[in-house]
Design a protein around this ligand. Structure first.
Ligand code: AHR
Length: 488
């Protein structure tokens, strides 16, 4: 039995809704086929797949990052505006060497954001673009007055400027974004960021291209040199079954593979703590956000698929590991102000997989759907001492719990990592009187269970029985499950 005390009066900071952000790159079948279908029998509105958009709207996605990823530093926005037939083709050299026809460009991205009801986060090109190209793009998108660029936008069908909330100055500039040294990038950042002008009502939230995982030198250099002129620094940290060389397979794994992935999720805790300690030194007032704009499970591609398309299945293991990582973001919510899981459709740890006109919702989709109540909630204290599972010397907690409050209700999320035993839970709810509790659970009979095009409903949300008496809530959390309880 696990006894967990939840103290609603002990507030620990806002869980920014942007932690539940998404990422869509011109990679494999994410944009084309997965989201955007032209001249197709698949029902769509202005090219956006109706089934995919409707499913994603249920997630209330707060922010969407685009166009990359590595693609961003190879992308020239002018190629993606105006008459589609006249748009130049290019080779997507990062991802499979396929032809990119540029039919999904700036106007189409904002159309998608509008259909999803989400904020836009655009990543600009530092690696192979110019300062002028970046400054012009911002003016094209956001200037309401009379300028050649704003008028060109109008000629292309958009009278009013769009709201551009977030702008990234390059992507992985230590690697695919130009193989730069930290010192060189810091200087480049200052030059590019100077010309990102604020034309709209709200200043653009600029995000500097941050470190790869635990690269503390990169973070130290950026914080020392650019923290006075950025609102955020990005961080990329992916999870694998063992490591980058031994990524493992998404849907074929054994018990060791299950636990070893769970153990690797704990690297996120170490990496965030490391960067937080650096950021705290340069920015004690906590003005600069740590933006984890790429995270998620990265496995080997599915057999027979294009290795450059990063297509992988998605199982219960993905859902539970996503909850572990989202809880880590909650625990660091004062510094982690945004996170974007990679990626939204058909790539890496996706919400949705498609095949022709078919679509399946993954266990990770359902996990995000269950967790919505935490968005913009106030994190509250959760006190418990979890039993641990020892994996090759690493201790992983058997259960993980997080709680937040918002508009008079409390959301509690919890998962049971164990493959062998259910866990009886007693929640002691201090300083609050609740009259109702509703709970949902995501679980399955086998650890490798996933949703396929032939069996799309293998894994889905079910109701979970709970009992609420005298301020104490009891439930049984099944093995390999994730649950969310809403108390009112
Ligand atoms: O998400 C896939 C790729 O991973 C991105 O393009 C890149 O930024 C990262 O290396």
């Amino acid at each position: 039995m696990s006894k967990i005390v939840i103290n609603t009066a002990r507030e620990q900071g806002k869980i920014n809704k942007y932690i539940y952000g998404q990422f869509a790159e011109h990679l494999g079948r994410c944009i084309y086929e997965g989201i955007y279908v032209e001249d197709s029998d698949i029902p769509n509105k202005n090219g956006m797949r109706t089934d995919v958009v409707n499913a994603l709207r249920e997630l209330e996605i707060p922010v969407l990052r685009w166009p990359g990823g590595c693609f961003a530093d190879d992308y020239h926005w002018r190629d993606g505006i105006g008459d589609k037939d006249a748009r130049p083709y290019m080779i997507n050299t990062n991802w499979g060497g396929v032809v990119e026809n540029n039919h999904f460009g700036t106007h189409e991205f904002f159309e998608l954001c509008e259909q999803l009801g989400t904020e836009a986060y655009i990543c600009g090109n530092v690696g192979s673009g110019t300062v002028q190209e970046m400054r012009d793009w911002v003016e094209y998108m956001t200037f309401d007055g009379n300028s050649p660029l704003a008028n060109e936008r109008r000629e292309n069908g958009r009278e009013k400027p769009w709201k551009l909330k977030f702008f990234g100055v390059g992507n992985e500039n230590w690697g695919c974004g130009g193989n730069m040294r930290a010192e060189y990038y810091a200087d480049e950042y200052k030059r590019y960021a100077t010309f990102i002008r604020n034309y709209g009502e709200e200043p653009i939230y600029k995000i500097a291209g941050g470190p790869n995982a635990d690269d503390s030198h990169w973070m130290e250099t950026l914080m020392r040199n650019v923290s006075h002129m950025t609102e955020g620094v990005s961080l990329h940290c992916y999870t694998h079954e063992v490591n980058w060389q031994n990524k493992g397979k998404a849907a074929q794994f054994d018990k060791d593979g299950w636990y070893s992935l769970m153990a690797d999720t704990q690297r996120m805790e170490k990496v965030i703590s490391l960067h937080e300690s650096i950021m705290d030194r340069y920015d004690p007032e906590n003005k600069v956000g740590l933006i984890v704009d790429e995270w998620g499970n990265w496995f080997e591609v599915e057999q027979g698929t294009n290795p450059g398309f990063l297509y992988q299945q998605n199982t219960m293991r993905d859902a539970i590991s996503a909850m572990l990582i989202l809880h880590i973001f909650h625990n660091h919510c004062k510094r982690v102000k945004m996170a974007n899981i990679a990626q939204m459709v058909n790539v890496l740890q996706a919400m949705i997989l498609t095949e022709g006109e078919k679509m399946v919702l993954t266990p990770t989709y359902y996990l995000f759907k269950m967790m919505k109540g935490h968005m913009d909630g106030e994190k509250i204290d959760v006190d418990y001492t979890p039993e641990t599972i020892n994996i090759n010397g690493a201790e992983i907690p058997k259960i993980s719990v997080s709680a937040s409050k918002k508009n008079g209700s409390v959301t509690v999320s919890m998962c049971n990592v164990s493959l062998d035993s259910d866990e009886n839970i007693e929640l002691d709810l201090r300083d609050a009187s609740f009259v109702s509790a509703e709970a949902q659970v995501l679980t399955s009979n086998n650890m490798t269970d996933c949703n396929t095009f032939d069996a799309p409903d293998n894994v889905k949300i079910k109701d979970l029985e709970v009992s609420l008496e005298n301020g104490k809530l009891s439930l049984t959390l099944p093995k390999m499950s994730a649950a969310v309880i809403t108390l009112k």
